[in-house]
Design a binder for this molecule. Structure first.
Ligand SMILES: Nc1ncnc2c1ncn2[C@@H]1O[C@H](COP(=O)(O)OP(=O)(O)O)[C@@H](O)[C@H]1O
Ligand SMILES: [Mg+2]
Length: 371
């Protein structure tokens, strides 16, 4: 039976090195929950703590009502899928899948039924007599998945299971994993450093940095209302500008401001605006400084349906921008096309951009919280 996973102030130390200071998360029963963050932020460490392969130096991890800190890994009823599949090379597909049931008291007839069912669900039935080396990477990953779920685990844990596959297969397999997870409805914790994969596959995402959860929310919320500037920069692309907030408006310079409809009440003074490429609207140049920000086209790339412009925005303060701002123009709706060296005017979608505290980088938008 699937269970929720409750993590309370969990601590992980390696010697003097605290990798996870105090991490809490509620992972709902049946949920597809993804740990997303840069390499080295502690995703694998946390997953191994849930699995029981790592000790816990503080706090608790529970499956449902049961605290499992001291339950050994083999008694936690975990299904686990690793990046390198870890299949037995000398065993057939069927034997690999059946292997998980060997050390459990599952009667022969029941074991046969489960193996057959799982081979069908993961669509590797026709390869049941092959050895792993006779399978493609995607098929091997299906075998690893079948072996993990045939035991009817309480929770399913996956650590970057698709990172050895090529880009096309990764996209195909993430749909396969998502569909199978929905089918069997099992609580799943999935680790990836690939933000697009996380957005596509998850019910909710925990964005981690340096062992600390930055935000737990749905893919949609994470993308459109990041809890802080780290999340805004890590998920998708954001350009940051120094602004002044006053009466629900953000001023980019003395002349140009936009209304921010969901700016928190009382947010005023110096702040940081996070603007995604799609939050800019491209307009013909104008002398009216209150109508938009002046920009220069540095580079133009024609891509068929889209034109990409690299631009430099003048007359306002861009922050931490090492690269020029890049915008796409959809040619089916574009009314003005620009050439390299042209000036344009850009306006900003106040309903889409986000405002963050200048010092802490924490969101100043109404209703946006880290969790
Ligand atoms: N067995 C270990 N002993 C010492 N340090 C470790 C060990 N495993 C991981 N670490 C350290 O813990 C941090 C987090 O690692 P990890 O959880 O593997 O990150 P991620 O999976 O997010 O890339 C890293 O700084 C790593 O060097
Ligand atoms: Mg890892």
């Amino acid at each position: 039976m699937s269970e929720e996973i409750i993590i309370r102030d969990a601590v992980k130390r390696y010697g003097d090195n605290t990798v996870i200071p105090a991490l809490s998360a509620d992972i709902r029963n049946g949920e597809f929950f993804t740990l997303l963050g840069p390499s080295g932020c502690g995703k694998t460490t946390l997953l191994r703590m849930i699995a029981g392969f790592n000790t816990i130096e503080g706090g608790t991890i529970s499956f449902g009502e049961q605290v499992i800190n001291d339950v050994p890994a083999h008694q936690r009823n975990i299904g686990m899928v690793f990046q390198d599949y870890a299949l037995f090379p000398h065993m057939t597909v069927e034997a690999n899948v059946r292997y998980g049931l060997k050390f459990r008291d599952v009667p022969r007839a029941e074991a046969d039924k489960r193996v057959n069912d799982i081979l069908k669900v993961t669509r590797i039935d026709q390869y049941r007599d092959r050895l792993p080396e006779q399978l493609s990477g995607g098929q091997q990953q299906r075998v690893a998945l079948a072996r993990a779920i045939v035991i009817h685990p309480t929770v399913l844990l996956m650590d970057e299971p698709l990172s050895n596959l090529d880009a096309k297969l990764r996209i195909e397999m993430r749909t396969v994993i998502r569909d199978i997870q929905r089918d069997i409805g099992i609580t799943t914790v999935y680790v990836t450093h690939d933000q697009e994969e996380a957005l596509a596959i998850s019910d909710r995402i925990a964005v981690m940095n340096a062992g600390v959860i930055q935000q737990i929310a749905t893919p949609r919320e994470i993308y459109s209302r990041p809890a802080n500037t780290f999340v805004a920069g890590f998920i998708g692309h954001s350009d940051f500008f120094r602004v002044r907030c006053d009466n629900g408006r953000a001023w980019f310079n003395d002349h140009y401001s936009v209304e921010i409809p969901t700016l928190a009440d009382g947010a005023s003074g110096t702040a940081t605006a996070g603007v995604r490429p799609e939050d800019f609207c491209i307009m013909p140049p104008t002398d009216d400084a209150s109508a938009g920000l002046k920009a220069r086209v540095l580079k133009k790339v024609f891509l068929g349906r889209y034109i990409n412009y690299q631009i430099a925005v003048d007359g306002c303060e861009a922050l931490e921008s090492l690269e020029p701002i890049e915008l796409s123009q959809d040619i089916s709706t574009a009314r003005h096309e620009f050439a390299e060296g042209d000036t344009m005017s850009v306006t900003l979608r106040g309903d889409l951009i986000n405002i963050y505290a200048a010092d802490t980088g924490v969101s100043l938008m109404k209703g946006v919280a880290a969790r």
